[in-house]
Design a protein around this ligand. Structure first.
Ligand SMILES: NC(=O)c1ccc[n+]([C@@H]2O[C@H](COP(=O)([O-])OP(=O)(O)OC[C@H]3O[C@@H](n4cnc5c(N)ncnc54)[C@H](OP(=O)(O)O)[C@@H]3O)[C@@H](O)[C@H]2O)c1
Length: 327
């Protein structure tokens, strides 16, 4: 059987201690699946949290990490159009439900999880779409269209926040973003935010209210820190969608929530119905076709440097980190 190089771990722990690179059998596509020669493997916070053990997952043998990636289909299983061989694709949730993620020379996924990537989109964009862009879609558009509405993206230069800004803008919304540095303000503006406020400013709420007294949707990365600000910007009909947890919990101010008649929604990409994920893939593909999406700055690592790449993600330096398997 043909061999391939892959990043593996068979126990959770610090990246340098548990990540190895080894030769393993190249997977073959089964019925309904495609095999992709991986070009870039995109890394998300969830990948390092699962490898580190912060998010529990059963590790009952060697696992290849990473949900996201980009590459070219080189084989298809029974029932898949053979015309897809040679197609350049972006991948989503590759590591879910099996042991083979994208941190390998080849990966096999269900055909629907390998989505055609337009020639106008770079490998870097394709490799970083999966988890962030699908999550951003469900946060911005999961409650319906936002055309003509005002959307606040808290953390507008994060991986999810970046695509939330771009998808909200593409959808015709007026977009406000918060960031925590001047460099991130530049990124949020480049992504299309109409206005950007530093969330560290003591008068950040007043600055936002001066731009938009109330907003319709809030995409929230730090609910515990920002809930008072979110409520101050809410009116009946405002939805706050939160997609991140840092382990702290929130005590809800019930009277203030009632006064605002606010809707609080929680979103986990792995838990939403499959149809919602497919709707997100459809809309992200439409936005790609409109050239409405661009990547954050990307830092490249080799397969052999996977542990350093994980530590880079853990350092929270912003931008995106990928393993580069090209040439
Ligand atoms: N629910 C899901 O399905 C799902 C999907 C994807 C990600 N996630 C989770 O969401 C989190 C973010 O993921 P990511 O990939 O976008 O990470 P990321 O690229 O590291 O972005 C995190 C962002 O949070 C911002 N931030 C931190 N504190 C903030 C605050 N108080 N107010 C406003 N912004 C703040 C940071 O902005 P500044 O540096 O500018 O302050 C940073 O840009 C992670 O915990 C991840 O595990 C969940």
């Amino acid at each position: 059987m043909t061999q391939m190089r892959a990043v593996l771990y068979d126990r959770t722990g610090p990246a340098p201690e548990v990540l190895t690179v080894a030769e393993v059998d190249r997977p073959e596509p089964g019925p309904g699946e495609v095999r992709v020669r991986v070009a870039l493997s995109g890394i998300n916070p969830v990948d390092v949290k699962v490898r580190g053990g912060a998010i529990p997952r059963r590790v009952d043998g060697p696992l290849v990490p990473h949900d996201d990636g980009v590459g070219v289909i080189d084989a298809v299983g029974a029932g898949v159009d053979e015309g897809r061989v040679g197609q350049r694709v972006w991948l989503w949730l590759a590591a879910v439900g099996g042991r083979w993620g994208t941190a390998a020379e080849w990966v096999v996924v269900p055909a629907a999880q390998a989505v055609p990537l337009p020639d106008t989109a770079s490998d870097e964009l394709g490799a970083c779409l999966g988890v962030p862009a699908l999550t951003a879609h469900q946060c911005v558009l999961g409650d319906g269209p936002v055309s003509g509405r005002t959307v606040l993206v808290q953390g507008g230069a994060g991986a999810v926040g970046h695509f939330a800004v771009q998808l909200a803008r593409w959808s015709g919304a007026r977009v406000l973003a918060t960031v925590g540095s001047a460099a991130n303000a530049v990124l949020a503006r480049q992504a299309g935010a109409h206005a950007v406020v530093d969330h560290r400013d003591t008068d950040a709420t007043a600055q936002l209210q001066a731009i938009a007294p109330v907003v319709d949707r809030i995409v929230e990365v730090a609910l515990v820190d920002n809930f008072a600000r979110d409520l101050a910007l809410s009116r009946p009909g405002t939805t706050i969608v939160t997609y991140a947890s840092d382990g702290r919990d929130l005590q809800l101010p019930l009277r203030a929530c009632m006064n605002a008649c606010v809707t609080l929604r929680f979103m986990l990409l792995y838990a939403i119905p499959e149809q919602a994920r497919l709707d997100a893939v459809r809309d992200v593909s439409a936005a790609l076709a409109d050239r409405a999406l661009a990547p954050l700055p990307v830092r490249h690592y080799s397969l052999d440097d996977a542990a350093a790449a994980h530590e880079d993600v853990e350092a929270g330096r912003g931008g995106k980190v990928v393993l580069d398997l090209r040439g």
